[in-house]
Design a protein around this ligand. Structure first.
Ligand SMILES: NC(=O)c1ccc[n+]([C@@H]2O[C@H](COP(=O)([O-])OP(=O)(O)OC[C@H]3O[C@@H](n4cnc5c(N)ncnc54)[C@H](O)[C@@H]3O)[C@@H](O)[C@H]2O)c1
Length: 304
């Protein structure tokens, strides 16, 4: 585990430091992981045990890229034993190695197609010991309205975003029930509850993720299992880069700027910002929170 950077900060200064973000506070030589970890400490006024994940096993799907990678890295830096799951085995191994080298935490990786029952069953059977945290991040995007969405695309999106979330929750809850505790966090989207143009199949899947979240939260509340979801607006990840490259070749930079400016805050979110909320929702700090959909949206819902 890397060294913690302890800062003598008065609690009243925390909000100010948070606003200034790490690039202002810390010098360049600091690694991103240390920055993130330090940010957690700064924001919450020192190392609070409630944000530590020491001794917990966290399974993160879609961990080879974007938000899933940022969550895996932050969880590892907070002491979790992270099991990274992704379809892309090459990038998965690179991600797991990078996190291990940066944080010193024990990580492992499992190549898995979350949309396949067989593949999920095989992956979870390789996890030794209980799963304390499951984060369902694996997801696909799609652009199209009702008429332009083919059945093939509809089912492809359903398979990963909906069936994948269902299968992984079903596999993880078995061990959570044995220990009578556990936390599930699903990645929904603002598309789950807002009408967005040309997101027919994507919105369908994210609405289902939200509904499944509420259902699981309700059914397992008495067994000590919490289930929440996060609904981000646009976050700059390879997900967005791929979308722009495919749909606006040669105009990527211009479109990127326009996408950021279309959000009230004037920019896209970063994977690290989503990871901070994920840490809160998967740690003991949120022990009273279940059955909630958290927008993290740069003002999308309330400030348009
Ligand atoms: N980026 C955004 O603007 C945004 C906004 C709202 C919600 N989300 C949601 O957040 C999640 C992560 O998005 P991201 O932007 O980090 O995406 P990303 O494309 O960077 O990462 C997604 C990961 O999922 C993996 N994956 C895809 N299909 C899989 C399968 N069948 N089995 C296992 N892994 C598979 C990919 O290999 C990839 O590593 C998604 O569920 C997405 O819908 C993203």
């Amino acid at each position: 585990m890397g060294k913690y950077v302890r800062l003598p900060i008065h609690p009243a200064s925390c909000a100010f430091f948070y606003k200034c973000h790490t690039s202002f506070i810390f010098d360049k030589p600091m690694t991103r992981t240390v920055k993130l970890r330090t940010m957690v400490q700064v924001v919450y006024g020192g190392i609070s045990p409630v944000f530590e994940l020491t001794g917990k096993r966290a399974v993160v799907t879609g961990a080879a890229s974007g938000i899933g990678f940022a969550i895996s890295e932050l969880f590892a830096s907070q002491g979790a034993n992270v099991v990274l799951v992704d379809l892309d085995s090459e990038r998965l191994n690179i991600a797991a190695t990078a996190i291990r080298e940066k944080t010193g935490a024990a990580t492992s990786s499992l190549a898995c197609d979350v949309g396949s029952q067989e593949s999920v069953g095989k992956a979870f059977s390789q996890i030794v010991g209980p799963v304390d945290i499951l984060v369902n991040c694996a997801g696909l995007a799609h652009v199209g309205n009702l008429q332009s969405t083919s059945l093939e695309d509809f089912e492809r999106l359903f398979s990963v975003n909906v069936r994948g979330t269902y299968l992984c929750m079903r596999a993880a809850i078995k061990t959570m029930l044995e220990t009578s505790c556990g936390t599930i966090l699903n990645l929904a989207s603002i598309a789950a509850t807002a009408g967005l143009s040309d997101r027919f199949a994507y919105s369908m899947t994210k609405g289902a993720v939200l509904s499944m979240t509420l259902s699981v939260a309700k059914d397992y509340i008495a067994q000590g299992i919490r289930c929440n979801c996060i609904s981000p607006a646009r976050v700059h990840t390879p997900f967005v880069d791929g979308f722009l490259a495919k749909n606006y070749p040669g105009e990527e930079a211009e479109k990127m700027k326009a996408l950021g400016q279309s959000q009230p805050i004037g920019r896209m979110g970063t994977p690290d910002e989503i990871a901070m909320l994920a840490l809160y929702l998967c740690s003991d700090a949120s022990s009273f929170v279940t059955g909630v959909d958290y927008p993290i949206d740069g003002g999308f819902f309330n400030l348009r």
